[in-house]
Design a binder for this molecule. Structure first.
Ligand SMILES: N=c1c2ncn([C@@H]3O[C@H](COP(=O)(O)OP(=O)(O)OP(=O)(O)O)[C@@H](O)[C@H]3O)c2ncn1[C@@H]1O[C@H](COP(=O)(O)O)[C@@H](O)[C@H]1O
Length: 114
């Protein structure tokens, strides 16, 4: 998932805070609270493992999408943004952050004349 899509989804999720729980799935989760959100993360993680055990590629992708989505809701519940997770992953790649990753990619594209 591109960082732009993650940021967009995080914005949409944040916009659902205080929205009508009858009209929005995310508003319903926020309304139910932290335990309900964390329960969904656990369920989706379990469903991902089950899909992987079945070796069903399409189902794995579907369940990981559910897991990522509910992880974004959990991050929002704790006032966190996906950019913080991406920055941590970049740091583990030996980069100072997302900006350095983007700059490196741009350099590689320039070098390849793309
Ligand atoms: N990307 C998603 C998304 N991915 C998964 N889900 C929901 O996550 C749930 C997955 O849980 P399950 O597979 O256990 O299915 P379920 O039995 O229906 O779930 P529960 O009702 O038991 O919680 C389903 O209800 C899916 O609809 C999502 N719900 C919303 N979005 C996006 O979030 C944004 C805001 O959505 P609303 O809050 O509904 O406007 C929109 O851009 C949506 O496209």
């Amino acid at each position: 998932m591109s960082s732009e899509l993650l940021a967009h989804l995080a914005d949409v999720i944040e916009s659902r805070r205080g929205a009508d729980p009858d009209k929005s799935y995310v508003a319903r989760l926020f309304h139910k609270g932290t335990d309900a959100i964390l329960k969904k993360v656990g369920e989706e993680a379990t469903e991902t493992v089950m899909a992987a055990k079945d070796g069903d590629a399409q189902k794995i992708v579907y369940e990981v999408a559910d897991l990522w989505f509910h992880s974004l809701v959990a991050l929002a519940q704790f006032g966190l943004r996906p950019e913080a997770v991406l920055a941590e992953l970049a740091r583990r790649e030996g980069l100072s952050g997302l900006e350095e990753f983007a700059a490196r990619k741009a350099q590689q594209r320039d070098a390849q004349g793309v």
